[in-house]
Design a protein. Structure first.
Length: 343
């Protein structure tokens, strides 16, 4: 059991646009951030559900895609060197002897900080489990819903199931790592970016990727170790030898462990003080779609505003004896030094 505890100033739960912008606002004030997310890449809904979808209400951008927005935000927070802990689900919240909050994840990570910021959108994104009998017996040993370390899949016979951006992206990413790579999708059409579909079609034509049109019906193996899968398609039954299966069937949104934290909720949304975005627990703040208050608008723009107010409140909580002087980035030499634009 890992007893190592990492310490930081602020733990942000959620790596969507609002969580990422919170890193920027907190960084301007000199606060170090660790960001946790159950997804294997930053961006939340923007990256996972609509990377190619145009967004028209981001200031200074007449139009920007979800993926582009995430890329810009990652560039913006780079000077503050945040630590992103991805592919991990928050499982526990407790108090340390020093009075800080400590968060534990399903990967055994423990992080302590005086401030926690909940920025997990509508809740925790969790992968959808395929309706295959006894699939849970293989989960974590040969069936995985995310890829945390590609090296763990080197020289494996990998089966990827799905037809969206995630399924195709991991086909490309694991191609040189896998011993063999097979893709199964129930339709001939893919729900992915046109460039990705064209690239996949070339790989299938070159026999670098084996494709089966159909659905997986049964897993075979022992002690959680997969040997093969059986499926059915319009051309009949098929069997695929494999020792790893990666199903990408989309995500479902759940409130998750947050529901057990004792924070005041209203219809599965966190109630906050509109001046500070503090929750009912001192030191825990919430911003973005997860919060509710009179007049709340579920817009990325609104989340950015909430992040700025929260950051100032969080600084006062972390440094109660320090005076916080409001400054503009255009004229503050200390903020410009933190941004790396002035020595």
């Amino acid at each position: 059991m890992n007893d190592t505890v990492t310490r930081t100033d602020v733990i942000i739960v959620g790596a969507g646009p609002v969580g990422l912008f919170a890193v920027f606002e907190l960084g301007l004030l000199g606060l170090r951030c660790h960001v946790l997310d159950i997804l294997d890449r930053p961006g939340g809904q923007c990256a996972e559900l609509y990377p190619e979808k145009p967004i028209y209400d981001i200031p200074a951008h007449a139009v920007i895609t979800g993926e582009q927005l995430v890329e810009r935000l990652m560039e913006q927070i780079e000077p503050f060197e945040p630590v992103l802990e991805l592919g991990q689900m928050v499982e526990s919240l407790s108090k340390t002897p020093e009075g800080d909050w400590m968060i534990g994840t399903d990967a055994g990570l423990k992080i302590a900080a005086p401030v926690v910021v909940i920025a997990c959108g509508g809740g925790c994104f969790q992968p959808k489990r395929p309706r295959i009998e006894r699939i849970e017996d293989y989960e974590g040993r040969s069936v995985f819903y995310s890829v945390r370390k590609m090296e763990n899949f080197r020289d494996r016979n990998i089966l990827i199931v799905g037809g969206g951006d995630s399924a195709l992206d991991w086909c490309f990413a694991l191609l040189d790592t896998a011993k063999s790579l097979t893709l199964v999708h129930r339709r001939a059409e893919f729900r992915a970016a046109p460039d990705s579909v064209s690239r996949l079609e070339r790989l299938i034509a070159d026999k670098a990727v084996t494709f089966h049109l159909g659905q997986i019906k049964e897993l075979t193996g022992e002690d959680g170790r997969l040997v093969s899968v059986r499926g059915e398609g319009k051309d009949g039954a098929f069997e695929i030898p494999c020792d790893v299966m990666l199903p990408f069937f989309g995500l479902t949104v759940k409130l998750g462990p947050l529901a057990d934290w004792g924070i005041n909720l209203d219809n599965n949304r966190v109630t906050v003080d509109q001046e500070t975005y503090a929750t009912s627990h001192p030191g825990i703040y919430a911003i973005g779609d997860i919060v509710t208050y009179p007049g709340k608008l579920k817009l990325i723009l609104s989340g950015f505003h909430e992040a700025a107010l929260m950051a100032h409140a969080a600084f006062k909580y972390v440094h109660p004896d320090e005076r916080l002087i409001f400054q503009h980035t255009s004229s503050s030499s200390s903020m410009q030094k933190r941004l790396g634009v002035k020595k």
